[in-house]
Design a protein around this ligand. Structure first.
Ligand code: FAD
Length: 491
């Protein structure tokens, strides 16, 4: 399409105006004259949760690394969210965190986090992105096809207008497909976006995704939060095979809690008030039941079942076309309990920013970017996928690869050490927040504590009273279709 002006490229088209698409649009606006965001839901600058991103109702933790990247891309975002009541606190000081081995120490970790609803976050980002002069939102439209030039490179997309509201979409609802040319197409169509279908129609053979069965069901309510508590988060983590139930009470904006209860397999949190409260009382961390006990009832209840974790390894595709890149859940859907998706999407958008800047500085064009970018995405995904995947593999008593068993046993000993040792806990906090490498947990000073004889027995004896310990058969055991979580990120 159009060439370049003053060191900028012409048009980028972003498929999907959810979290990843918006952050990508922010980055693209620095380098392209026009950034068109295509979204199938009717969205305005004020839209938060929308039909094709229903996970927005559920508790979302933004890891410290993700917050750091977002603050760089959207300066002042943290303060803006804080003005609306989203608390900022140290991960160790104001979190009542129940590990499988007991409570984490309530001590400073140096990891600063902020909690809010995903709704507030997406609205804050959408408002900022849509006011950028380069960015144009076209909704509701569904991108259906990629278009190609004679050399096979992607030249744009074709979309269908979905509703009469599709102002500025270039056609009436339901009419012919509208063609839009682009110098770069960024697919951020999320977990339901089906990029693989568009690729197949385009003649590209995407390798089959790696899939881990992680069927976890969330049930969520929002309720008022009383003043004067000494915690902003109350959490009980799940841990295979004995702790298939968990939950989180997350302090969010406007003096409210988001409460998400979750369970693996058939451990589904009920939606009726009594059943919901009973499930909360069955957890070892009593704060969830305490806060729900005074619930007025009648609040909307939201449920989401995660079908599996799925990683499309597009970096392995031999015929991946030029001028197409993909990020966010369209590439990799993680088990939500590990809170990784937003941070990984932010890191991938930041990677795109850096790669575009490098090409500009080196006087290179956009050809050659797409495959390199997908390889970079794979490197971003690999560590969080391995961490969460190794834990999820342990739900299936039949198929627990050796690597996952070793990692799991190490984690268990690590947790046993952490509940007595604030320094170990602080390291763990940095790793789960992605501000430190997992290698930090194998530092000699940690190894000595974790591998000390008897550490595992100590772990068993410190399990908190009340933590449910169903037999493995009840523990949400799932079949796993991937051999082992760790995957090769090379091409
Ligand atoms: C229950 C639950 C809890 C979670 N908790 C956390 C958490 O605590 N922390 C965390 O970091 N992550 C969490 N996640 C993950 C997080 O929600 C996702 O990683 C994140 O939303 C991914 O954003 P995305 O933009 O890639 O995808 P999405 O949010 O799914 O957005 C994709 C967008 O693309 C649009 N779209 C799709 N196809 C088309 C098309 N053909 N044409 C036009 N538009 C299209 C959709 O309408 C949608 O708006 C959780 C997920 C779930 C399910």
């Amino acid at each position: 399409m159009s060439g370049e002006t003053a060191g900028r490229w012409g048009r980028a088209v972003v498929v999907g105006g959810g979290f990843a698409g918006l952050v990508a649009a922010r980055v693209l606006a620095d380098r392209f004259d026009e950034v068109t965001v295509l979204e199938q839901d009717q969205v305005t600058p004020e839209t938060g949760v929308h039909p094709h991103a229903p996970q927005g109702w559920h508790a979302h933790a933004l890891l410290a690394k993700g917050a750091e990247v977002l603050e760089r891309l959207f300066p002042g975002l943290r303060a803006e969210l804080r003005e609306q009541g989203a608390p900022v606190y140290d991960y160790g000081e104001r979190v009542s965190f129940l590990l499988p081995t007991g409570y984490a120490p309530r001590a400073r970790t140096g990891v600063l986090i902020q909690s809010f609803t995903r709704d507030l976050l997406e609205r804050g980002i959408r408002r900022r992105v849509l006011t950028l002069p380069q960015v144009r939102s076209v909704a509701p439209v569904r991108c259906e096809q990629l278009t190609a030039g004679p050399d096979g490179r992607v030249t744009g997309v074709r979309y269908r207008v979905l509703g009469d509201e599709g102002a500025g979409a270039g056609a009436a609802a339901g009419a012919e497909l509208v063609e839009l040319e682009a110098d770069l197409v960024v697919d951020a169509s999320g977990r339901s976006g089906r990029l693989e279908d568009r690729l197949r129609a385009f003649g590209v053979h995407a390798p089959a995704p790696r899939v881990l069965d992680a069927r976890i069901t969330y049930t969520t309510v929002h309720l008022p939060r009383p003043d004067g508590l000494d915690y902003d988060v109350a959490y009980q983590m799940t841990f295979a095979p004995g702790i298939p139930r968990g939950g989180v009470l997350l302090a969010v904006e406007h003096g409210r809690w988001t409460c998400s209860l979750f369970g693996y397999g058939d451990q589904t949190p009920p939606t009726d008030p009594e059943g919901y409260l009973d499930f909360a009382h069955s957890l070892g961390n009593p704060h969830l039941g305490e806060q729900l006990a005074d619930r007025a009832g009648g609040e909307p209840v939201h449920r989401y079942t995660n079908v599996n974790s799925r990683w499309f390894q597009y970096h392995r595709s031999h015929d991946w076309p030029e001028r197409l890149v993909s990020l966010g859940d369209a590439v990799c859907v993680f088990d939500p309990v590990y809170g990784q998706g937003l941070t990984v999407a932010a890191l991938e958008a930041d990677l795109l920013r850096r790669m575009l800047a490098e090409r500009r500085d080196a006087g290179k064009g956009l050809d050659g970017l797409a495959r390199r970018y997908q390889r970079g995405v794979a490197r971003v995904v690999l560590a969080p996928w391995t961490v969460s995947g190794n834990s999820d593999l342990m739900w299936d008593p039949e198929h627990r690869p050796l690597g996952a068993r070793i990692a799991h046993a190490y984690n268990r000993r690590l947790f046993a050490a952490a509940v007595h040792d604030p320094a170990v806990w602080a390291r763990f906090a940095r790793v789960v927040n992605m501000v430190a490498s997992p290698a930090t947990l194998f530092h000699p000073s940690v190894l000595a504590k974790v591998l000390r004889p008897g550490a595992d027995r100590r772990a068993a004896s410190t399990l908190p009273a009340g933590t449910p310990h169903p037999a493995p058969a009840q523990a949400g055991a799932q079949s796993v279709s991937a051999g082992q979580a760790g995957a090769d990120a090379s091409d």
